[in-house]
Design a protein around this ligand. Structure first.
Ligand code: ADP
Ligand code: ZN
Length: 596
């Protein structure tokens, strides 16, 4: 049997382990169980794939989605590993072939869904075989506290009793303390170590801005941060918005598709397939899109409304930049989003405990969106991590917002809300403050209020900013389910009495390009060798009906183009080129380079 370093090099083509991978691999090789917390793109798969190939017997990998299993299996087969997936969409003959592999001992990794694994008789059949390990991927699905609870995962609690001698490795990108504790309890890992990695993804540029002109902001974001290569995801709050945004992006000249849970299964599969195939496509989706997306060259993720909490948001933006190249995340949100989310929590039938958790999540998310200091530090603090210094790769670090004292404006707005009886929305209050005698103002006699016209010196945009800050601080409540009436709350008092000051952050993201350019790796796309390699990969991927990146990642092709290896020996040294790929594609790659 080969050791972990050889497997890593020869099978996966990587020069060394990353972060805590080695420690985890060695722990499992010694027969240990544990929980791995690593951000999306951190390299969780190798933590069980390498031990699976080092230990005798079959490794069983539990995975929640067929698309996810199939991609991993396709990638492993490319690397020359005997892997298969067992799921409900297999033909009878395929299913039999998989079982033959299990019983002959030729199969090394078996991917299964949780419902399949715990089906009648399945565990008994597996128990007849030597098992290398169980890996439970996306392990947060087992927890009700997680944001993707899947009841089928609950049956996995049996693994600990039924297979006490087989290592169990649970893996997730969710680091929320409650969920972590729940996973450990459910999977019998309370005595096993937790391997927690840094959740920082320094190559993802973070930005957030109030949603003022959504389309202009999105257009500016695309112009500034996307070169039309790789993919992008735009998360929309509703199904209808996914369709509208995709239509609009197509009209703007981008290839764009919609994805949401209400679509036909065939349409969903087609969307996944097109995304996986490596097209330069922008997916406009609800958060139903994402699990199992491991395309490495997603260049941006944008959100058009406020996510429910930092874990979900981080997992969604973590789909960008898995290849380590620069990527961008943009969050657009409004005061209405915050108020709506608060009301939803209060009105939900959930228990008080659950509500408390959801409130805390939401407030943490608001804190990130409204941050006036390094956004990444605020974000990582939600996961219990303290960055030693500002990141230099977020909107705030790049262009620190100017803060101005807006206490007086806050008092005026709050008093306008109070004096009009909390029965009017922002537009009307702005009219009152700016002294505009509209029909509605006249009708209600609001031109006779002392606040009428006291805010004429400030433009409407500033008033919106003041209102958003006050909503996010809880001093104003917005009745979103009615007409967005603004109501001053108990928390408004310290502002009205002058005991608390309001610092207003100027808009951090304006649609303009006066900002310093993003640090960028030397762009390889002018290189004819890189283009030729991509063309070759496209043909090869189509012929084998696999996603392009399972053949070679962009990063690997770029490296090959840069190094121009002249022999198989030289090609072998390029990171990302393992033995199996060298054997399969080495000659073809060299031929493409010679011709380019
Ligand atoms: P996760 O499942 O944690 O989201 P993956 O296992 O899909 O992440 O790995 C993310 C990317 O990082 C993949 O493209 C993988 O090939 C790469 N990767 C993982 N470990 C290493 C390593 N030790 N060296 C180089 N690349 C790695
Ligand atoms: Zn920063």
């Amino acid at each position: 049997m080969r050791g972990p370093d050889e497997i890593l090099r020869e099978v996966f083509g990587h020069a060394g382990f990353r972060g805590r991978q080695r420690e985890i691999v060695e722990h499992v090789l010694a027969g240990g169980s544990g929980l791995v917390l690593m951000p999306t793109g951190g390299g969780k798969s190798l933590c069980f794939q390498v031990p699976a190939l080092c230990r005798p017997g079959l490794a069983v990998v539990v995975s929640p989605l067929i698309a996810l299993m199939e991609d991993q299996v396709a990638a492993l087969r490319q690397q020359g590993v005997a892997a298969a997936a067992l799921h409900s969409e297999l033909e009878e003959a395929e299913r039999r072939a998989v079982w033959r592999g299990v019983f002959e001992g030729s199969l090394k990794l078996l991917y299964v869904s949780p419902e399949r694994l715990t089906m009648e008789g399945m565990l008994e059949r597996l128990a007849e075989r030597p098992l290398a390990l169980f890996a439970v991927d996306e392990a947060h699905c087992i927890s009700q506290w997680g944001h993707h609870f899947r009841p089928e995962y609950r049956a996995l609690t049996r693994l600990a009793e039924s297979f006490p001698g087989v290592p169990r490795l649970a893996l997730t990108a969710t680091a929320d303390a409650r969920t972590v504790q729940d996973i450990r309890a459910q999977l019998g890992l309370l005595d096993a170590p937790v391997f927690r990695s840094s959740f920082d993804r320094p190559n993802i540029h973070l930005a957030a801005a109030p949603r003022e002109q959504e389309r202009a902001q999105l257009r500016a974001f695309l112009r500034e941060g996307w070169e039309g290569r790789g993919a992008g995801i735009v998360y929309c709050g509703t199904r209808a918005r996914t369709e509208q945004t995709a239509d609009w992006l197509r009209a703007e000249g981008h290839d764009s598709m919609a994805f949401h849970a209400g679509m036909e299964p065939a349409a969903k599969r087609e969307a996944h397939r097109r995304f996986a195939r490596g097209d330069a496509v922008i997916m406009c989706a609800t958060i139903a899109f994402g699990m199992g997306i491991d395309r490495p060259d997603v260049r941006f993720v944008a959100h058009l409304s406020l996510p429910q909490g930092p874990e979900g948001w981080y997992q969604e933006i973590g789909r960008a930049g898995r290849d380590g190249a620069p990527a961008r995340a943009l969050l657009l949100y409004g005061a209405g989003d915050i108020a709506l989310a608060r009301h939803r929590i209060e009105e939900s039938p959930a228990g008080e405990e659950q509500k408390r958790i959801e409130r805390a999540r939401l407030e943490a998310m608001v804190g990130i969106a409204e941050a006036a200091t390094c956004r990444r530090r605020v974000l990582l603090r939600c996961f219990g991590e303290d960055l030693a210094q500002d990141c230099g790769n977020c909107d705030i670090c790049r262009q620190p917002p100017r803060l101005s004292d807006a206490t007086e404006a806050a008092q005026k707005l709050l008093s306008a809300a109070v004096r009009t009886g909390g029965r009017f929305g922002l537009l009307h209050l702005i009219d009152v403050l700016r002294g505009r005698l509209t029909e509605k103002v006249a009708q209600h006699g609001h031109d006779r209020l002392p606040t009428f016209g006291v805010g004429a010196d400030l433009p409407e945009g500033v008033w919106r900013g003041v209102a958003r800050q006050l909503v996010s601080l809880g001093a104003l409540d917005m009745r979103v389910e009615n007409h967005g009436e603004l109501v001053a709350t108990e928390a408004a008092r310290p502002f009205l009495r002058g005991e608390k000051r309001l610092l207003l952050r100027e808009a951090a993201f304006a649609p303009r390009s006066a900002r310093p350019p993003a640090q960028r790796r030397e762009a390889p796309h002018d290189d004819p060798a890189f283009a030729a390699l991509r063309d070759w990969r496209k043909t090869e991927a189509r012929a084998q009906a696999v996603p392009a990146y399972v053949i070679f990642h962009d990063a690997t092709l770029a490296e090959i183009a840069a190094r121009r290896p002249a022999s198989l020996e030289e090609l072998r040294l390029v990171p990302g080129v393992g033995e199996s790929k060298l054997e399969r594609y080495g000659e073809a790659v060299l031929a493409v380079l010679r011709a380019a």
